[in-house]
Design a protein around this ligand. Structure first.
Ligand code: ZN
Length: 284
């Protein structure tokens, strides 16, 4: 069982210059059960004021909605992750549609294609994703999309659906240039995580991030996963959390050749427009 401190080490306390939106926080993950309030307080102290809580299956989406109802500045997504696509059926579809009608739910997802691990077969993944594209089209909700090693098929499916769905973000983009440009040509948004902070596997992203217009770029931790590998201090439990988003902001700003302030302002404005969020002062 991982053990966590109530405060971050001094070297990991970095405050964003203007309020940030973390568009991918898995705060329903069991690793946050013990200290979720402290995690939220640390996010606020880091000026990460708005969290989109990722709902990856029925259970977690229901928990995300309940948390969003309770905690100011939190919103939820509701979807079925490609790993769980084999469980998609009529009953689950109805349950997800009911969640999409809740005012706390700001996107359909996390849904998509993951041909890296294939915990569900590709055919099951495509079926569940197609059904959720349909739900987004009907509910006029944006999509929060997961894609790993499935860029070609994802591009084909989204090309087919693009005129029917509202906006869509490919979260935690880690792909290659051609895939990125295909997504941008489809007028999609791109979510970036601390993957770029990883010397071993995020190197190619450093040149690519300049290609993403600020009006299409959003930031996310994808916590508790993907702890940035360039942090200046060790973290007990090695669990990623929203308070560390300013480190990702600074890294991406560096590789884009812009100031953290400019990137913070642009990505937060993009996220607020994408998810139709109220301005921070209007949040209740
Ligand atoms: Zn994902």
């Amino acid at each position: 069982m991982a053990d966590f401190d109530d405060v971050l080490p001094e070297a990991l306390r970095r405050r964003a210059p203007t309020p940030l939106v973390d568009i991918g926080a898995n705060l329903t993950h069991e690793s946050f059960a013990r200290d979720r309030e402290a995690v939220i307080a640390r996010a606020r102290a880091a000026n990460v004021t708005t969290l989109i809580l990722t709902g990856t299956d029925r259970e977690h989406a229901e928990q995300a909605v309940a948390l969003a109802r309770e905690i100011p500045g939190c919103y939820a997504t509701a979807g079925v992750h490609p790993h769980d696509a084999s469980r998609w059926n009529g009953e689950l579809a109805a349950a997800m549609a009911a969640l999409h009608a809740q005012p706390e739910v700001v996107a359909v997802g996390e849904c998509g294609l993951d041909f890296n691990r294939n915990f569900s077969t590709p055919a099951e993944q495509e079926r569940a994703f197609e059904a959720q594209l349909q739900q987004a089209a009907e509910g006029r909700l944006p999509l929060f999309i997961h894609e790993r090693d499935a860029g070609r098929r994802m591009t084909e499916m989204l090309t087919h659906w693009r005129d029917d769905i509202p906006q869509a973000v490919v979260h935690c983009f880690t792909g290659e240039r051609a895939t990125l440009h295909g997504y941008l040509d489809l007028d999609l948004h791109i979510g970036l995580t601390g993957w770029i902070c990883d010397e071993r596997r995020g190197h190619h992203l450093r040149e690519l991030v300049r290609d993403i217009p600020a009006s299409r770029l959003m930031l996310e931790t994808d916590c508790p996963y993907l702890l940035p590998r360039n942090l200046p201090a060790k973290l007990k439990g090695r669990r990623h959390e929203p308070a560390l988003l300013p480190f990702i902001l600074d890294e991406i700003a560096h590789w884009r050749g812009e100031t953290p302030r400019a990137l913070a302002e642009a990505t937060s404005a993009t996220a607020r427009a994408f998810f139709a969020l109220p301005q921070p002062e209007e949040e209740s």
